[in-house]
Design a protein around this ligand. Structure first.
Ligand SMILES: *Cc1c(COP(=O)(O)O)cnc(C)c1O
Length: 217
């Protein structure tokens, strides 16, 4: 399956009127696909794998891309993306956040992060629960994480066809984070198959891959 400029333009139009940011998820896709969308003014791209992201960042250094890291991040790999990453969506433990803070300080920058919230019933999905989110905000209030900026929250629904289930999960997500949000909070949820539901439930940043670039093999 290959890239669809038609889908890109259609989705972009749909999102623009609602002020929703599109992160084009380019994992496992060639840099030529990224360049194609970049030439249509797409600057936000999402990647899942550290090694792949690092290589693409080198290959496309001449472009002004905002690199989003959206996959599960291992603590020992933070150092590779810390120099350039634009936004890490997938913070799923205090330990990981502490490592991001440490690597940000080493690189003399602050790193923007989203807290990934666990809502799906599937055991393979990562994320924080309410208590863990609380603990992280306590650490921040104590002034211990000065090189990170928490800009909002990210989540992933179960991979099911039943829209009601997805809607319930997104509703649960919005409830958990309610007390930490304001009008500027980034809410990153919605993928190819559920982005319309996500928008209905209040998403302001969607992460779309296969609808833009075609199915991944
Ligand atoms: C792969 C991925 C996406 C995009 O998925 P599509 O179904 O291809 O749109 C979004 N978010 C995360 C965290 C992903 O891993």
């Amino acid at each position: 399956m290959s890239i669809s400029i038609e889908n890109y333009k259609k989705i972009k139009l749909e999102l623009e009127s609602k002020n929703i940011t599109l992160v084009a998820v380019s994992k496992l896709k060639p840099t030529s696909d990224i360049e194609t969308l970049y030439n249509l003014n797409q600057i936000d791209f999402g990647e899942n794998y550290v090694q792949e992201l690092v290589q693409k960042q080198i290959d496309l250094k001449h472009l002004n891309i905002n690199w989003h890291f959206i996959g599960h991040l291992q603590t020992n790999k933070v150092k590779y993306i810390a120099p350039f990453v634009y936004l890490i969506h997938s913070v799923d433990s205090l330990k990981l956040l502490q490592e991001i803070n440490k690597q940000a300080q080493k690189n003399k920058r602050t790193i923007n992060c989203l807290l990934q919230v666990y809502i799906a019933k599937e055991e393979t999905k990562f994320g924080l629960d309410e208590n863990e989110i609380n603990d992280i905000y306590k650490e921040i209030a104590d002034g211990k994480l000065n090189y990170i900026n928490i800009l909002g929250f990210m989540t992933m629904a179960s991979f099911v066809n039943d829209e009601k289930i997805v809607e319930k999960e997104f509703e649960y997500f919005m409830n958990i984070i309610k007390s930490y949000t304001n009008k500027n909070t980034i809410l990153s949820f919605g993928m190819s198959q559920d982005y319309k539901i996500a928008i209905k439930m209040g998403s302001n940043m969607v992460r779309i891959g296969s609808l833009l670039f075609g199915a991944r093999s």
